[in-house]
Write a protein that binds this ligand. Structure first.
Ligand SMILES: Nc1ncnc2c1ncn2[C@@H]1O[C@H](COP(=O)(O)OP(=O)(O)O)[C@@H](O)[C@H]1O
Ligand SMILES: [Mg+2]
Length: 230
């Protein structure tokens, strides 16, 4: 548990229940058990559920942040197949990538190599990298290149995009909580700026590093490294 004196954590905890209840009622309405719905009504309900789910994610991020700050954020360290997880995530992102007019390319090592990290939490890191690469771009076709490479006793994961990039004046703040570039806020006002902050905690606690570089031509490449399981 995070410190109860932390107001963010208290509010986030208090919001969890009412949000779960609202979601439950929306699902009951959607099921049609309380009366048949027309297409427009179903559309509105689906939109409401989507927004409730977004709220749930924000609350879960806020709780994670308060745990990181309270020094009580816990991660497991288990041998993890990063390639398999990445393949699953790319598959799950397929439809979204298409809607962003983006192609995702994946380059992986031939041999099975396991790293030590938290299976579930590393998913969040990879999903955030890919989702950021997808959405922080201008209109038009995009390409995302994901690579997993072995370097000495580590695996290095990289996600390269051709997006709007990060101004050099902002580069020091990118992993700070709540920080978002003005371009990102314009493109998508719904982000929280908490993803990379939590990602950094996960990677650091796994004994790895996280960083990014501006590409020479366009966009950025985000990286993390993780120690190989012996
Ligand atoms: N691939 C990217 N291209 C451009 N900007 C990025 C990229 N990834 C992250 N950023 C910048 O870093 C900020 C923080 O990212 P993140 O912590 O994931 O929060 P969020 O995506 O909710 O804004 C983003 O708002 C954006 O300004
Ligand atoms: Mg993000």
């Amino acid at each position: 548990m995070a410190k109860l004196s932390d107001p963010i954590s208290v509010i986030a905890h208090q919001l969890k229940n009412p949000i779960a209840i609202v979601r439950e009622y929306l699902e009951i309405l959607k099921s049609g058990d309380m009366g048949q719905l027309n297409i427009k009504q179903l559309d509105y309900l689906n939109d409401a559920v989507k927004n409730i789910d977004q709220m749930k994610e924000i609350i879960s991020d806020l709780l994670d942040v308060s745990k990181v700050e309270g020094g009580v954020y816990k991660i497991k360290k288990e041998p993890t197949d990063l390639v398999r997880i990445t393949e699953q995530i790319i598959e799950e992102f397929k439809i979204l990538a298409k809607s962003f007019n983006c192609e995702i390319i994946f380059e992986k090592p031939e041999k099975l190599l396991l790293v030590l990290t938290d299976l579930e939490k590393i998913r969040d890191v990879i999903e955030n990298f890919i989702f950021n690469a997808l959405r922080y771009k201008n209109i038009g076709a995009g390409k995302i290149e994901i690579k997993i490479q072995k370097k000495e006793n580590n695996l290095i994961f990289s996600c390269k995009d051709r997006g709007v990039g990060i101004p050099s004046s902002d580069s020091k703040k990118i992993f700070s909580k709540f920080f978002r570039t003005s371009k990102a806020m314009q493109i998508d006002p719904t982000g929280t700026g908490l993803g990379l902050y939590i990602n950094k905690a996960i990677i650091k606690m796994s004994g790895g590093k996280i960083w990014f570089k501006n590409n020479k031509d366009k966009g950025v490449t985000f990286y993390f490294s993780l120690p190989l399981a012996k």
